[in-house]
Design a protein. Structure first.
Length: 223
C-alpha cells in the first residue's frame, strides 16, 4: 500500500533538481505566433503534441489568420483536424474563438488570463500555455502529468486542476511557474508514469515523499 504523506518535497531543491534533469524542457507544440499556439493548444485536448504538430503546418498554411479561420467553411476545418480527435467540437470552438478575436481584439490574441478564459474553447490550462509560451507571462499549466506528479511530490492533495494550480502558485516563485510546468510535464511523461513510475531511475527520488507512487494490490491507480 502507498505510504502516508509525511512531508512535501522541499521546493528550492526540487526546482534545482528539475532544472538539472530537464534543462531544455519546453512547450511540445510547434508555433510561430500567439494565434498558432492558441489553436494548437485547443487541438491538443485528448491528443498528443506529436499528432497536433503533424496537422498544424497545413492548417496554418490554409488559415494563417484569425480572420481566415472565422470566414472558413466549418467542414474544411473539420477535415484538416480530423485526426486530432473530437474534431467537430474542436473545429467549432476554433472558429467561434477566432470570430471573437476578430470582433473584440482586431484578430489578435489578448494577453490576460481573464480575457483568454472567456474565449470559446479556452480554459485556464490553455490560457496559461499561451501566456507562458507566447507572451512570456508566468503561468502554471496543470495537465494530467503536472497534477499527478505534483500530488506525488506532496505539493498538493487536490485532483481539481484549478485547486492544484492555486496550490502550486502559493508555493512556487512566480518566475518558476512556466519552467516548472514544462519540466514537471516532461518528468511525468518520461519517468513518473501513471501506472508504473520508474522510481529506480528518478532524478527526484531523494526528494520525493513517495505519496501514492505505487499501484494498490487491488490494481487501482493511486493519484
Amino acid at each position: 500500500m502507498p505510504r502516508k504523506k509525511t512531508r512535501a518535497a522541499p521546493v528550492p531543491a526540487l526546482l534545482d533538481a528539475l532544472a538539472d534533469a530537464y534543462p531544455d524542457a519546453k512547450c511540445g507544440l510547434d508555433f510561430r505566433s500567439p494565434l498558432q499556439l492558441l489553436i494548437a493548444t485547443i487541438l491538443s485536448a485528448q491528443c498528443t503534441d506529436k499528432r497536433v504538430n503533424i496537422v498544424t503546418p497545413a492548417l496554418f498554411g490554409r488559415f494563417p489568420t484569425a480572420e481566415s479561420f472565422a470566414k472558413a467553411r466549418l467542414a474544411d476545418i473539420e477535415k484538416m483536424i480530423r485526426t486530432t480527435g473530437l474534431f467537430r467540437n474542436k473545429a467549432k470552438n476554433i472558429q467561434v474563438c477566432c470570430k471573437v478575436l476578430v470582433e473584440r481584439y482586431g484578430g489578435k490574441v489578448p494577453q490576460s488570463l481573464g480575457e483568454l478564459v472567456h474565449l470559446p474553447g479556452v480554459g485556464r490550462k490553455t490560457a496559461n500555455v499561451v501566456l507562458g509560451d507566447a507572451f512570456g507571462q508566468p503561468g502554471i499549466t496543470v495537465d494530467t502529468h503536472c497534477g499527478r506528479v505534483s500530488r506525488r511530490l506532496g505539493l498538493t492533495t487536490h485532483t481539481d486542476a484549478v485547486k492544484v494550480e492555486h496550490d502550486l502558485m502559493r508555493q512556487l516563485p512566480t518566475a518558476e511557474w512556466t519552467p516548472y510546468s514544462h519540466r514537471i510535464i516532461a518528468h511525468g511523461r518520461q519517468v513518473c508514469h501513471a501506472r508504473k513510475p520508474d522510481c529506480e531511475h528518478c532524478p527526484l527520488d531523494r526528494l520525493c515523499p513517495k505519496v501514492g507512487v505505487i499501484t494498490s494490490p487491488a490494481g487501482k491507480k493511486t493519484p
